[in-house]
Design a protein around this ligand. Structure first.
Ligand SMILES: Nc1ncnc2c1ncn2[C@@H]1O[C@H](COP(=O)(O)OP(=O)(O)OP(=O)(O)O)[C@@H](O)[C@H]1O
Length: 218
């Protein structure tokens, strides 16, 4: 299997505070990683670094053997997609959100893809015309997740996306993640859900920087 994302001796410091130190990860295509560790250990910071939302203050991050700094952000975001715990929907309707990934890239809307993903998260086509204000929290998260999958990224970064969801919504999201994984998608996830941790193929345990950082357990 090929390495898709690699963190080499990555460190991150902000306001003279060292958040991460010497983080090494070698993520291969199709793997499912889970980051675990105490609150404040830097899990979200790692995802933000991987998403190119912030830049490492030491070391480097390679995507398909190329330093991520060299990718234009729009190209990179097409390949590496970050999904937040609090979904952010915009525009007026579900359609506005699901068509957005195509519009921003000046591509024709792939209607079949949109309908396929809606079906995967148990929502009827008629939902396209629903306004975002009338969606439940779980529905919002489902729409935000399929919006991220619309243009078939290589990697999804999931930041506690099932936290606060009820059992039914959790299962739907699990099925969606599973289907992405089944199609050789790579996943890096932060979760406190025991079942999700057990389901991952790799577990990366972060300790607070005062302890030893970046122990890896496989
Ligand atoms: N912009 C910032 N300015 C100052 N400190 C920051 C900033 N971003 C993150 N931190 C600090 O970095 C540390 C790591 O934060 P991070 O959110 O990555 O941890 P986490 O492991 O994801 O925690 P949690 O499980 O609570 O979400 C925390 O101590 C946090 O206060």
């Amino acid at each position: 299997m090929n390495t898709i994302l690699e963190l080499k001796k990555v460190g991150y410091q902000i306001h003279n505070k060292q958040i991460l130190n010497n983080i090494n990860m070698n993520i291969k295509e199709g793997e499912h990683w889970t980051l675990v560790g105490p609150s404040g250990a830097g899990k979200t910071t790692i995802l933000m670094l991987m998403a190119q939302m912030i830049s490492p203050t030491a070391g480097e991050i390679m995507f398909k053997s190329q330093d991520i700094k060299t990718f234009p952000p729009t190209d990179y975001r097409r390949s590496v997609s970050y999904c937040f715990q609090q979904p952010t929907l915009f525009g007026k309707t579900v359609r506005d959100n699901l068509e957005f990934p195509f519009q921003i890239r000046k591509q024709d809307v792939d209607v079949a893809r949109m309908e396929e993903l809606l079906e995967l998260v148990n929502l009827p086509k008629s939902y396209l015309e629903n306004t975002v204000n009338e969606l439940s929290g779980g529905e919002k998260q489902r729409i935000a997740l399929i919006r991220n999958l619309m243009i078939r990224p290589d990697i999804i970064l999931l930041d506690e996306v099932t936290t606060g969801l009820d059992a039914e919504n959790k299962e739907i999201v699990h099925n969606l993640i599973e289907s992405f994984h089944h199609n050789n998608g790579t996943i890096v996830q932060i979760t406190h859900d025991e079942g999700e941790i057990k389901g991952a193929s790799k577990i990366f345990e972060l300790k607070k920087i005062t302890d030893k950082a970046g122990d890896k357990h496989e």
